[in-house]
Design a protein around this ligand. Sequence first.
Ligand code: CDV
Length: 317
Amino acid sequence: MSRIVNVALGQLGPVQRSDTRERVVARLCEMMREAHALGAHLIVYPELALTTFFPRWYLEDEAEIDSFFEREMPNAATQPLFELSRQLGVGFYLGYAELAEEGGTRVRYNSSILVDRGGRIVGKYRKVHLPGHAEHEPWRRFQHLEKRYFTPGQRFGVTQAFGGTIGMAICNDRRWAETYRVMALQGAEMVLIGYNTPVHNAPAPQHDDLSLFHNQLSLQAGAYQNGCWVAGVAKGGLEEGVDSIGGSLLVAPSGEVVTRCLSKDDEVAIARCDLDFCAVYKRSTFNFDLHRRPEAYGLIVARKGETLAADGTPWRD
Ligand code: CDV
């Protein structure tokens, strides 16, 4: 089986509150057609791609909050994307707000799915690192209430798809070294990440001018230090008065940027990714089995899911 995956970044421009899901899906389909014409096997879309980034608002009405969530996937609004995927043979990665039913309880997640070239869902991920706050903070120019609206996901896994081992992450996850490492320990060769990142960082406005730099730094470091490809895809531009970064990037296991989006609008950029290019990094500088020293790292995920205490003995609570 070929180990070449032609990956398209499917960056979205702003989605306003008045935009219907049908309208957004039409934009996603348009980008999928363009990606297909460019030879893509997989197109990566942003976090919470189907609606505006609603955690910027403090909402109390449960029905209003639910209106931003999907109860099933695919559903009537997203069906055309799945059909086009099957028709064109282009898989996709899509972020959305998920309303799940667990033992009679409703649970809200910030989720994403991986869909293969036959239009079948082959992987699902629920965001682990939820940034922001849970209560209304009126001093902010806009809210970031992910801790209010979502329950955190519990694990990073990998999926066998597109001829390789694929990891999934969402937005704030990309800033954490553990995200990539936990998946690389499971063999990840490519990590897909969608994001919504406002330029303005309310708790640390002195970082505003560095927002694109920090994005690129995180994606490049994650790729290089784990010998894997990393695709980071934005929903950018001026959305309901909030300016978000674009800067979608595809990074090689060498840490080099192989393609990027230049606008803050709907934009497709594509690159040919050879999954076998990971091996030279995973066999040399980042040969985990040979060079990692989990016994010196203390209480962290050590190797292959094993957790060790600082002295190297198996951890016990
Ligand atoms: N959607 C996000 O997770 N955004 C965060 C913001 C709050 C900084 C991010 O890490 O990009």
